[in-house]
Design a protein around this ligand. Structure first.
Ligand code: PEP
Ligand code: MN
Length: 332
């Protein structure tokens, strides 16, 4: 249940009510919001005088539900907005990992040349093997900060584990929580406390319920700036790296009040499929895309097979505004 308290209630009274109904509590700028289990269906009668509104749910998808907020939550990314009434589909591109000054600078200059405002690149990489490139760490974050200053770009980079969560949160404009980190409640709580936009990727074995409940950890700490990102789930199929769940995207758009991004690069795992998939994603009317691009994919230190070279990316990018316009959206 979500409870909106009346305005102007003293902090100690708010805490007493939250405690009594076993609720998490945050201030949303207007009102104190209390959220407890969806199994609780009524406020005890002796607290009713303090309650402005209450919302009852049949599952713990609560703050993220369109039954709570009908409209998609707005998220400001630099000068651009996604969600809310905006018809924007925001392109984010960049390499899988920061690898060197020259490499990330080539990527930043490429984004700027296409008018793409957000640069993606990981510095703490959640690799499947401990023997492969693990990312440049804080040195990579410093290079990203340089790219922000020099090219006027927004930066998104991922937190791999709690050991460097604060460093990443401080360094980026959007915090990425990767598929493998989706279940890490330490990271989710840090993101909730950060107040920064968070792009939460779906774990490749996570149901939609689990995915959205992971977002609830962030929302219930008072950070409403959460973007959901579908990046492929594991199925019986082995010819592609993962299987992109467009049905899941349709569900999220219908029932969940968070902007939805798609990452066809990690879903497909092979560059040859990424342009067609990207076009299919844009045609679904989504809020944004995350695509890996690299000046020389064959030499990339992570995800070499799926990154687009600049020529292929440029050709793809040209085809997207027309598709977005056909369904009443705008590529930015
Ligand atoms: C990435 O974005 O480079 C990444 C590791 O993605 P995911 O967490 O979806 O595997
Ligand atoms: Mn990658």
């Amino acid at each position: 249940m979500i409870i909106h308290l009346k305005e102007g209630i003293a902090e100690n009274k708010v805490a007493e009510i939250a405690d009594a109904v076993e609720a998490l509590c945050f201030f949303d700028g207007i009102t104190h919001v209390l959220v407890n289990s969806s199994k609780v269906k009524a406020v005890p009668s002796h607290f009713e005088e303090f309650v402005d509104q209450q919302f009852i749910f049949d599952s713990d998808i609560q703050l993220a539900s369109r039954d709570y907020l009908k409209e998609t939550r707005p998220i400001q990314i630099g000068k651009n907005q996604v969600g809310s009434k905006s018809i924007n589909t925001l392109m984010i591109t960049g390499p899988c990992s920061v690898e060197s000054q020259e490499q990330i600078e080539a990527c930043a200059a490429f984004n700027q040349s296409l008018g793409i405002s957000v640069l993606r690149a990981g510095c703490f990489k959640p690799r499947t093997s401990p023997y492969t490139f693990q990312g440049m760490g804080e040195e990579g974050l410093a290079l990203l900060a340089e790219m922000r200053a020099k090219y006027g770009l927004q930066i998104i980079s991922e937190i791999r584990d709690a050991s460097h969560a604060d460093e990443v949160i401080n360094a980026v404009d959007i915090v990425q929580v990767g598929a493998k980190a989706m279940y890490d409640q330490g990271i989710l709580r840090k993101c909730g406390e950060s107040g920064k936009p968070v792009l939460l990727k779906r774990g490749f074995g996570a149901t939609l319920q689990e995915f959205v409940q992971a977002a609830e950890f962030i929302l219930s700490l008072g950070n409403g700036q959460v973007i959901l990102c579908e990046r492929g789930i594991r199925t019986f199929e082995t010819k592609t790296r993962f299987t992109i769940d467009l049905c899941g995207v349709a569900y999220l758009k219908e029932r969940v009040n968070l902007p939805v991004f798609l990452d066809p690069s990690h879903a497909m795992g092979y560059a040859y499929g990424v342009p067609d998939l990207t076009r299919a994603c844009v045609a679904m009317g989504i809020d944004g895309l995350l695509i890996e691009s690299h000046p020389d994919p064959s030499s990339a230190l992570s995800d070499a097979s799926q990154q687009l070279d600049f020529e292929s990316f440029g050709k793809l990018f040209e085809t997207l505004p027309g598709i977005a316009n056909t369904i009443g959206r705008n590529m930015i």
